[in-house]
Ligand binder design. Structure first.
Ligand code: ARG
Length: 468
């Protein structure tokens, strides 16, 4: 037990803290991860105190060199984190006392753990968001790569998971590119609200020293300082926004994961996962399981849970700081870890999966996927679309009853349903169907080529450092 630190904190108490209590209130088992941010923040604070002559330059230098030593100790694994010192802030401060002596006590001038922890979290999230946007970018690159490598592959497009109309596989994959593009933009936008420096708010009311908040903000690379001290120590909106953007991204990853799971089944057979990204069954030797995709789908649930958890923690808190806020961290770290890992592994999975274009063609050849094109054909000849739809639906019914595909019906048979049908109706193919959908955002090869070029431009512009 660290006597000195305990004395500082508990000088008005007459009893030792109960062991169960010290365990219950400690955050060090998880907030040790903020050591880097805590030390960086403290160094900036010490520099500012010296610049403003609140402490001497010599004291600041002592403090800063002590903090650097602590950082090295932590990084070398030599630092002993102590539960009874509650959190990362107290652990570092207490060790600072051991290294530099009583001058360590000057570091906490004009600061409270309340603005300190808000600062640490903001520094942490700024880094995480930059890393997330980078990883989203790599995932988007992988999507572009598969789309490009399979540019000519035609697949059935679905609504209600029923074959609807033929589409280019690249078009399907680029739909995910768009989702991830919005995700990247959401993170970049959220960064604006994270990028606010709270130090100087003190415990809740501001501090009564001539501090220079803008200097600290500049030292730490923040663009703004917080405008209200009560808000600054009790606001976790920025973490909620990040969690919400993370939940949305996981939702997108989960939808793709679900498709990969379906596509890799024998029933679909559209893709084969690379051995390095598949798992085997302990009992059924024939199996190649998409566990990675399944886990991405499931982990989405815990990321949602983390978001709801934080929203719930916040909803009844009176101003300003409450210890409830300590519960923001585990879930936040878990979301960041889960999202980054999911992006990483799915990038590899998507990059290495192999498509079976013949299988995709096969499943379309036995279906009536060109029925809409046939209805459009009649409509273009002047038949109101609703009537054209009805005519083709009767034609399809007839073909099914004869066990024939649409291409196998004779012109006579077609004409029994409408005199508007002629030879051209029999020449509608997957290719002509695709080429016909030549509107911006459509699946025509010409449009998909444009979409790929657009995707490449966008992904090269996704610079996480930019906040606008
Ligand atoms: N470990 C605390 C947290 O994460 C640090 C702030 C503690 N402040 C306090 N007044 N007890 O929120």
């Amino acid at each position: 037990m660290d006597k000195k630190a305990r004395e500082h904190l508990r000088s008005r108490f007459q009893k030792e803290i109960d062991k169960t209590v010290s365990q219950y209130v400690a955050s060090i088992p998880f907030d040790w991860r903020l050591y880097q941010q805590d030390i960086t923040g403290s160094i900036a604070h010490a520099k500012m105190l010296a610049k403003q002559k609140i402490i001497t330059l010599k004291d600041a230098e002592f403090i800063i060199s002590g903090l650097r030593t602590i950082q090295e100790e932590i990084e070398r694994g030599q630092f002993k984190f102590k539960l009874e010192l509650e959190d990362i802030h107290m652990n570092i401060e207490s060790r600072l006392f051991e290294i530099v002596g009583d001058v360590a006590g000057k570091l906490h001038t004009a600061r409270s753990r309340n603005d300190q922890v808000a600062l640490d979290l903001r520094l942490y999230l700024k880094e995480i968001i930059v890393e997330t946007v980078e990883k989203v970018g790599s995932f988007q690159q992988a999507l572009i790569r598969v789309a490009e490598a399979n540019k000519k592959v035609v697949m059935p497009g679905y609504t209600h998971l029923q074959q609807a109309q033929p589409i280019l596989f690249a078009h399907h994959i680029l739909a995910y590119f768009e989702m991830l593009q919005r995700d990247a933009e959401r993170f970049q936008d959220c960064l604006k609200r994270v990028d606010i420096m709270p130090l100087g708010s003190g415990a809740l009311a501001g501090v009564n020293y001539p501090i220079d908040r803008h200097f600290v903000a500049k030292e730490l690379g923040f663009s703004k300082v917080s405008a209200n001290s009560l808000d600054a120590v009790s606001d976790r909106d920025f973490a909620i926004e990040y969690q919400s953007a993370a939940a949305t991204t996981m939702m997108h990853l989960s939808r793709l994961a679900e498709e990969v799971i379906l596509w890799s089944s024998a029933e679909f057979g559209f893709v084969e996962l690379d051995d390095a990204y598949a798992t085997s069954s302990s009992i059924m030797p024939q199996k190649k399981n998409p566990d990675v995709a399944e886990l991405a789908r499931a982990k989405t649930g815990r990321v949602y849970g983390n978001l709801i958890g934080l929203l719930t923690i916040m909803k009844g808190l009176p101003l300003a700081y409450n210890r409830d806020l300590q519960e923001d961290k585990e879930a936040l770290f878990d979301t960041a870890d889960t999202l980054l890992a999911s992006l990483n592994v799915l990038t590899g999975l998507v990059k290495t999966m192999k498509l079976s274009d013949t299988r995709m063609k096969d499943v379309m050849s036995s279906s009536y996927i060109l029925a809409t094109d046939l209805a459009d054909y009649l409509a273009k000849k002047g038949l109101p679309f609703r009537q054209a739809h009805e005519t083709v639906s009767k034609l399809v019914q007839y073909a099914i009853s004869k066990g024939k595909r649409l291409q196998e019906l004779t012109l006579k048979e077609y004409q029994r349903f409408s005199p508007l049908f002629d030879k051209e109706a029999q020449q509608i193919t997957l290719e002509s169907s695709l080429a016909g959908r030549n509107v911006s955002g459509g699946t025509a090869p010409e449009q998909v080529t444009l979409a790929l070029a657009r995707a490449k431009r966008l992904v090269s512009k996704n610079d996480a450092g930019k906040t606008n």
